[in-house]
Design a protein around this ligand. Structure first.
Ligand code: ADP
Length: 351
């Protein structure tokens, strides 16, 4: 038995080539009749002499024909009335002019992007733990991995699986009390991402717009290191987003991080402050603190940028193993020195 739902689902995969939206989304489907294996579909084109009518017809026949049990597909093409066409045009214009969901100016979500000058300073580890500490404090949290080339959030949280689609949107995966999205959920682990500018930007836009984020209180974004297309696009697509910079205490790391700060400034992005990671190592035997990477880099960066210094995170074996096991220390050992440090910074950021 062929069901109407199956036919509509198939029609949801047929795109209007010019508008890039499905026939169902555009309200172009005009009734479906199912008699045994024979399906008749009515489609109202946006204009009567639509030059793409044959392509649309062929695509409908192909997609509906793929539904199990369908033997024959007939397509009745008609055209929208002037009033219908105008209403659709108005709707599309409104949607384009007014970004929806998390990108909408009306969204209550506070977006906190976490960036760094270079890789390896622990930016992703800090992002995950700040987000996790915020969720553990009972707040609603989304976490977006925008480090598209070097995605690591799935690994840091120990999650995999492919998000499902619902009503044309992608549903984020739930982990440790957060809603999580990463390009890594869609790519095999060994496949390199070789996208260039426009595709990266499109991927970011999809992860913001086509994902069902709901309306969380906070969205943490793990930015790629440096000052490329993605950090810039975040400032443009989310003009009210704010930045947290992560650095290690070393002078070289501070210097590159200050470039990322200057970049955000130029893009008018608010900088909430600086987190210094790997600040010191506490000897598990004698409790003595060693400043493995030197001292004071984070404070110096904060002073240089004229922003608050948010705090220090120690270098600990637990943070490293927690990352490798997908068990963020902010959740699994909140009373440890590292756990308390993350919680204190998260509280400063989220009020
Ligand atoms: P980035 O996102 O800046 O490239 P990551 O967060 O991926 O850096 O961290 C790089 C490595 O350093 C990871 O193996 C991580 O577990 C480890 N790491 C990060 N911060 C700490 C820390 N404070 N103590 C111990 N290991 C850390």
């Amino acid at each position: 038995m062929v069901s109407r739902e199956q036919v509509l689902e198939a029609l949801g995969r047929v795109m209007d080539p010019e508008l890039g939206r499905s026939l169902t989304e555009l309200g172009m489907v005009r009734g479906t009749q199912i008699e045994g294996g024979k399906v008749r579909v009515g489609v109202a084109l946006t204009v009567p002499g639509c030059p793409l009518r044959n392509k649309i017809r062929d695509d409908v026949v192909a997609e509906v024909g793929r539904v199990p049990g369908v033997e024959e597909v007939e397509v009745d093409l008609s055209a929208m009335t002037d009033a219908e066409r105008e209403a659709l045009g108005e709707r599309l214009r409104r949607e384009m002019a007014r970004p929806t969901g998390i990108m909408s100016p009306a969204s209550r979500t506070r977006v906190i992007a976490v960036g760094s000058g270079k890789g390896g300073v622990g930016k992703s580890t800090v992002t995950v733990n700040l987000a996790a500490a915020t969720a553990a404090a009972g707040r609603e949290v989304g976490l977006l991995d925008a480090d598209i080339y070097g995605f690591s959030i799935p690994h840091l949280l120990g999650i995999d699986g492919t998000p499902r689609a619902k009503d044309g949107k992608i549903v984020p995966l739930e982990s440790h009390g957060m809603e999580v999205m990463s390009i890594g959920f869609f790519l095999p682990e060994d496949q390199p991402v070789i996208w260039r500018g426009p595709l990266l930007i499109r991927a970011l836009q999809q992860m913001l717009q086509d994902v069902e984020w709901g309306d969380p209180e906070f969205l943490f974004i793990d930015l790629p290191p440096g000052t490329g297309d993605i950090p810039l696009s975040v400032t443009q697509m989310l003009p009210r987003s704010a930045l947290v910079l992560v650095t290690t205490p070393q002078p070289a790391s501070v210097q590159v991080a200050s470039r990322a700060g200057a970049f955000a400034r130029r893009a008018n992005q608010e900088i909430l402050g600086v987190v210094e990671n790997m600040s010191y190592f506490v000897c598990p035997g004698c409790g003595r603190r060693t400043h493995v990477f030197g001292r004071g880099g984070g404070e110096e960066l904060a002073r240089h940028l004229g922003v608050p210094f948010l705090g220090e995170i120690p270098l600990t074996e637990e943070i490293r193993s927690g990352s490798d096991l997908g068990r963020p220390v902010a959740i699994y050992d909140p009373e440890s020195e590292a756990g308390r440090a993350f919680a204190a910074i998260a509280r400063r950021l989220t009020g």
